[in-house]
Ligand binder design. Structure first.
Ligand SMILES: C[S@@+](CC[C@H](N)C(=O)[O-])C[C@H]1O[C@@H](n2cnc3c(N)ncnc32)[C@H](O)[C@@H]1O
Length: 242
């Protein structure tokens, strides 16, 4: 797919450019995969930030952009809740959501001072302008392209004016199912251009975007993209003209 090799100007002919995926199958694959992995995921990753200084420094820079006592939402926290713990420890009122009931139950039993909710990021029922910041580390990788624009519209909606957004993803051009131990989970990788397109189109501006190489030998060996953005206007779907 070469669709994102150039910055994209929205026009009518491009509105159907996303790859078609069986949405229910993709969603169910995530539930099954993370429900099955909840204990291992917790054990392996709950303290991962202590051995990933790059990620910790990124989150530290991000947190300096957010005011004291801020309300932070972490989406796709899993059972490790590693970024949610960081936000709690930094003094923010932290809410974390995940699609997997088992991940949420394990996180809830393990970490105090974080408000955990089982919730689909594609069906968030938060009021508009609720959060000062939203974090999504390695969770939008599970959202099919057909749904990704709707997610960015909703992120814009739930963030307060000038609210901040942090995203981490695996870099690349893949979209499909990953097979492991007899299980299959939908995921996709992102290019910088694709992220920039989503950020620009839905009322944000980029504050920082970086690619990092797989510098830690214990992690999945992929290039990653880290992005910080700010909501600069309320996205009004009716006002967009193609
Ligand atoms: C790779 S894990 C990332 C966990 C954590 N943020 C980290 O960096 O270690 C992805 C998480 O996203 C969750 N997820 C996938 N699709 C989701 C959805 N539609 N709504 C909420 N969470 C979702 C999965 O259940 C899983 O726990």
């Amino acid at each position: 797919m070469v669709l994102f090799s150039q910055p994209i100007k929205p026009d009518k002919s491009k509105t159907k450019r996303w790859k078609k995926i069986d949405l229910e199958k993709a969603k169910q694959s995530c539930v099954n995969y993370y429900d099955a992995a909840h204990q291992d995921y917790h054990d392996q990753y709950h303290d991962e930030l202590s051995v990933k200084p790059y990620d910790k420094e990124f989150l530290t820079r991000f947190s300096t952009l957010i005011g004291k006592d801020a309300k932070v939402l972490d989406i796709g926290c899993s059972s490790s809740a590693q970024q949610a713990q960081f936000f709690r420890d930094t003094g923010f009122q932290t809410t974390s959501i995940d699609l997997s009931e088992k991940c949420i139950a394990t996180a809830k039993a393990s970490f105090k001072g974080i408000h955990f909710l089982q919730m689909d990021m594609l069906a968030m029922n938060f009021e508009s302008d609720t959060f000062d910041a939203v974090n999504a580390f390695y969770s939008i990788i599970h959202i099919p392209d057909e749904k990704i624009e709707g997610l960015f519209i909703d992120l814009n909606r739930i963030l307060k004016p000038n609210g901040k957004l942090a995203i981490a993803v695996h870099a690349g051009n893949y979209s499909g199912f990953f097979e492991e131990n007899g299980m299959s989970v939908f995921y996709q990788t992102y290019t910088k251009d694709k992220l920039k397109y989503l950020i620009d189109k839905f009322g944000f501006r980029i504050l920082e975007i970086q690619e990092r190489q797989p510098i830690y030998d214990f992690e999945f060996q992929t290039v990653r993209i880290y992005l910080m953005a700010e909501k600069i206007k309320t996205f009004e779907p009716n006002k967009i003209s193609f």
